[in-house]
Design a binder for this molecule. Structure first.
Ligand code: HEC
Length: 135
């Protein structure tokens, strides 16, 4: 009997176990990217048409340290009136730490880059530091 592809993929996902746990979250990460980021950053989107690189080609995503990527996702990008230019919204209130980590894992993985370690904790730390600074 041949197992249909969909069922085989499902069995693989369920039986994958702890070793593939990070990979199993990447579909969720891709969904976050498609929902929250693709309108501006995917192939054919306004930022890319305007000449900005795809995210995996930026140092923020390809570099060794996730700090810049985490910061811009949590707090956005708001140029001053003198600078002008396009904005990126802040996602601190709409995405949780796991969603941000899954999405960054998916971005890195789809570009063939190794996973950043302890990503969800890193997101949590950047968030915590910012709320401390506001007190
Ligand atoms: C409304 C449009 C918009 C949306 C939605 C958006 N961004 Fe951005 N993003 C920008 C702009 C504008 C910049 C600044 C660079 C530029 O002009 O393209 C930027 C910059 C970035 C950078 C820094 C790139 C670099 O060159 O250092 C990262 C990383 C990034 N965005 C990730 C994301 C992620 C992840 C999401 C989804 C959670 C997202 N963005 C959603 C508009 C957007």
């Amino acid at each position: 009997m041949r197992i249909p592809i969909v069922m085989a993929a499902w069995i693989g996902l369920v039986c994958g176990g702890a070793a593939t746990q990070a990979a199993a979250n990447t579909p969720a990460g891709e969904a976050v990217f498609q929902g929250a980021c693709a309108t501006c950053h995917a192939e054919g989107s306004p930022r890319v048409i305007a000449g900005q690189p795809l995210l995996p080609d930026t140092h923020a995503i390809s570099g060794d340290d996730p700090a810049r990527a985490i910061g811009i996702i949590l707090f956005g990008h708001f140029p001053s009136p003198e600078q002008r230019g396009p904005w990126m919204p802040s996602f601190a209130a709409t995405l949780n730490d796991t969603q941000i980590a899954d999405m960054l894992n998916w971005l890195r993985q789809s570009a063939g880059l190794s996973a950043w370690p302890n990503l969800a904790q890193r997101v949590q730390a950047v968030r915590a530091k910012a709320s401390e600074a506001r007190r």
